[in-house]
Write a protein that binds this ligand. Structure first.
Ligand SMILES: [Zn+2]
Length: 342
């Protein structure tokens, strides 16, 4: 039997309204492949953190400045990859007047497609759905000083001119960009989680992780990154943070970070398992090593097979539409009164 088949009993048949403690954690090694830019205002985001977790060890105990990749910089490209898939298979519309059109983060958000239900939405006072996909800021394994470079280059806009249209205003850009870029082969560790999902929702979120290749500022067009899934755990609660994961790996490598990515991924898998064993959570299923390789191969094969992919996503769309019909889009007011128990 395929490993995906054996996993099916772990999932809900339909999306439940209330959190029911079924968490799937993906342990991800994000590995830069060129020069991504994760900044908002000209400078890369950094944070001062302890290098490792071992306070008795001088190297581990030192404070180092790390690059930060905020949550939004991770999840937005993954959502967009999923939304593109939905459109390419015809499950959501490409133009605005189609009935199944879904606008990302706007007034025409459909509130029922897999993206809306799994990743959530909030449209002013017209309703909101909490995300079932949890992620958080992630920090470079290596120190900032070894992880970035200032690059200067010409950056004409799409039209070939040096101006750009931002919210209907034409902005003339400086002809030379001098920006701090992340270097190739910088590693960020993430625990990305999907809560209370169906099997098809799991395939969708995992597919988005595997199929997203570009992170960071879109205009730079240089932000290629690879996501290595090094483990998957089915638990009844949330587990350790991205920073903790990063610091634990730093210790496991004794601060010697210049090792080939495959070795690093193996170490990250070992560290994830060790840390998982110390968490006060029920581990329903833990997938590493050969089982994980087989699972990822099966998922890749599914994404290569249009018939199976279409069936899977069609089922997912039925599930999210049924969820939307049954529970509707919860308005902030309703949610508030629910929280108060009234
Ligand atoms: Zn939608």
């Amino acid at each position: 039997m395929s490993i995906l088949e054996t996993l099916k009993p772990e999932f809900h048949q339909s999306f439940p309204r209330l959190a029911s403690g079924h968490y799937v954690h993906f342990f991800v090694v994000r590995h830069s492949q060129s020069f991504p830019v994760f900044q908002t205002d000209g400078a890369l985001n950094t944070a001062l953190t302890q290098a490792g977790l071992n306070s008795a060890e001088e190297k581990s105990n030192q404070m180092i400045k790390r690059l930060v990749m905020f949550k939004r910089k991770q999840v937005t490209p993954e959502r967009l990859a999923g939304r593109q898939l939905l459109r390419s298979l015809g499950f959501t519309g490409v133009v605005e007047d189609e009935p199944n059109y879904c606008e990302y983060n706007g007034q025409k958000t459909c509130k029922r497609c897999p993206d809306c239900i799994l990743y959530g939405f909030a449209i002013g006072n017209k309703g909101a759905e909490r995300s079932k996909v949890y992620s958080d800021s992630t920090f470079s394994l290596s120190a900032y000083d070894n992880s970035h470079k200032n690059l200067t280059f010409n950056a004409p806009a799409e039209t070939g001119t040096m101006s750009d249209r931002v919210r209907d205003r034409v902005i003339v850009r400086s002809s030379i960009n001098d920006q701090a870029h992340v270097l190739p082969e910088v590693v960020f560790l993430s625990v990305e989680t999907v809560r209370d999902t169906t099997f098809e929702g799991f395939i969708y979120v995992l597919g988005n992780l595997l199929r997203t290749r570009r992170y960071g500022a879109q205009e730079s067009r240089t932000g290629t990154m690879g996501n290595h899934i090094v483990g998957i755990a089915f638990c009844d609660a949330e587990i350790f943070s991205n920073l903790y994961f990063t610091q634990a790996l730093y210790d496991a490598l004794s601060g010697d970070l210049n090792i080939p990515i495959n070795n690093l991924c193996r170490m990250a898998a070992t560290v994830a398992q060790e840390q998982l064993n110390q968490e006060p959570v029920l581990r329903r299923k833990v997938i590493f090593g050969d089982d994980l390789e087989n699972l990822l191969t099966e998922v890749k094969q599914l994404y290569q097979d249009e018939t199976r992919l279409r069936e899977t996503i069609a089922t997912l769309c039925e599930q999210t539409q049924s969820y939307a019909r049954t529970y509707g889009a919860i308005t902030p007011r309703q949610e508030e009164s629910q929280a108060l128990g009234s």
